[in-house]
Ligand binder design. Structure first.
Ligand code: GLA
Length: 370
């Protein structure tokens, strides 16, 4: 079949700043060259005809009845995005759409954000509308909340839309603004490893953590006069943490210290202090393991094996956790050895293999006229 455009959006890694986007924090993700590609052309009907490269399944959505597709196994996200696009006042056209997802599912590299963002950008493109990346990210986040029922922050969709080749994104999640920072690790490179743990309960545990941070804010807000947990300094938190119930205090402690680590990590990357960046990654993982409790045995074994490898400056889980990927800063000439040593250690302890991905830091939305 012929298509008019190829519209892509990226998966992402988060370098640091985990579980703080929904607390108004600054996070430090980067878009990946692993993308969801949407091949699209307007078809002059009131139908969105969907197909996928990964399955023979096909589905046809009526653009005037988009509410009724929420329970579809294939096509619910696309229907959701189209409905949200239309309800935001945009022009929605019938089209043929082929989806080609190269972001591994369930990897914590935001395949769903890439699908949502590229679908919305494809709808905008055929309607002849200007691409507003910030708006697309916000609409995609809405789709994730309503269709995947994850009460997520803005990080994934924003990075997927706004990424810039060879740059990390310092994203201020309170004001929804960003600054690009050249992604430069000198003699080192970022290695992405997937622990391949079968996913379970991620959504409910994620939403539970989010409510715990809201509870912490409810208690600290009247005392410290802040809008969000991310505004609380380490010193102020230490003075007041006794006001919080034990578990809630651990969650808030992670948020406050992680915000501080982001600040230090950005400075470290800007000044080329990759050793310090590595240490901050290790601290972040420890905090996600001990205070926020979102890692699990598989991610811990993988991160620890990496941290103990001579030639790796730091390693931590990336994304929501409970499975998915780690990122590690590894000396360029030792990457092959790293994969062998870490892979073998992981398989020995866990009983199945982890996988490694080759990916560059790439652009977010890209549009190609075919
Ligand atoms: C998921 C969410 C993001 C963010 C991360 C944790 O990827 O979609 O909004 O909260 O988890 O940092």
């Amino acid at each position: 079949m012929n298509y008019d455009y190829k519209v892509s959006a990226a998966g992402r890694v988060n370098i640091i700043g985990e579980h703080i986007d929904y607390c108004g924090g600054k996070v430090f993700p980067a878009a990946l060259s692993l993308t969801n590609d949407v091949y699209v052309k307007a078809n002059g009907t009131n139908k969105i005809n969907l197909s996928w490269t990964t399955t023979d399944f096909k589905v046809s959505l009526d653009i005037n009845e988009l509410e009724k597709y929420a329970d579809l196994k294939y096509g619910n996200y696309q229907a959701g995005c189209a409905l949200i696009w239309k309800n935001a006042g945009h022009k929605l056209l019938g089209c043929d759409m082929l989806q080609d997802c190269k972001v591994p599912f369930g990897s914590g590299l935001s395949s769903s954000a890439a699908i949502e963002v590229s679908t919305l950008a494809a709808l905008a493109t055929i309607a002849g509308e200007k691409i507003d990346k910030k708006e697309i990210a916000l609409l995609a986040q809405k789709a994730e909340r309503e269709y995947a029922k994850v009460n997520c922050g803005i990080m994934d969709q924003y990075a997927s839309a706004n990424g810039l080749k060879n740059h990390a994104i310092l994203l201020d999640c309170k004001n929804i603004t960003h600054e690009f920072v050249p992604f430069n690790l000198g003699d080192y490179e970022l290695v992405i490893s997937n622990c391949n743990k079968p996913h379970s309960l991620v959504t409910s545990k994620y939403n539970e953590r989010r409510s715990e941070t809201e509870e912490a804010l409810k208690i600290l807000q009247p005392v410290l006069n802040v809008d969000c947990l991310a505004e609380i300094s380490v010193e102020k938190f230490e003075e007041n943490k006794r006001l919080l119930p034990e578990v809630i205090a651990k969650r808030a402690e992670h948020v406050v210290y992680e915000c501080d680590r982001v600040k230090k990590s950005v400075e470290a990357m800007k000044s080329g202090n990759i050793e310090l960046l590595g240490k901050l990654l290790n601290q972040s993982h420890a905090s996600l393991r001990d205070e926020y409790e979102v890692t699990g045995k598989e991610l811990d074994v993988l991160a620890e094996a990496a941290q103990n490898f001579d030639g790796c400056l730091g390693s931590r889980m990336t994304g929501a956790g409970f499975g998915g990927c780690t990122i590690s800063i590894v000396k360029k000439n030792k990457v092959a050895e790293f994969k062998k040593v870490v892979g073998e250690k992981y398989a020995r302890e866990i009983g199945y293999d982890c996988s490694f991905y080759e990916a560059e830091i790439a652009d977010g939305i890209t549009i190609e006229k075919l």
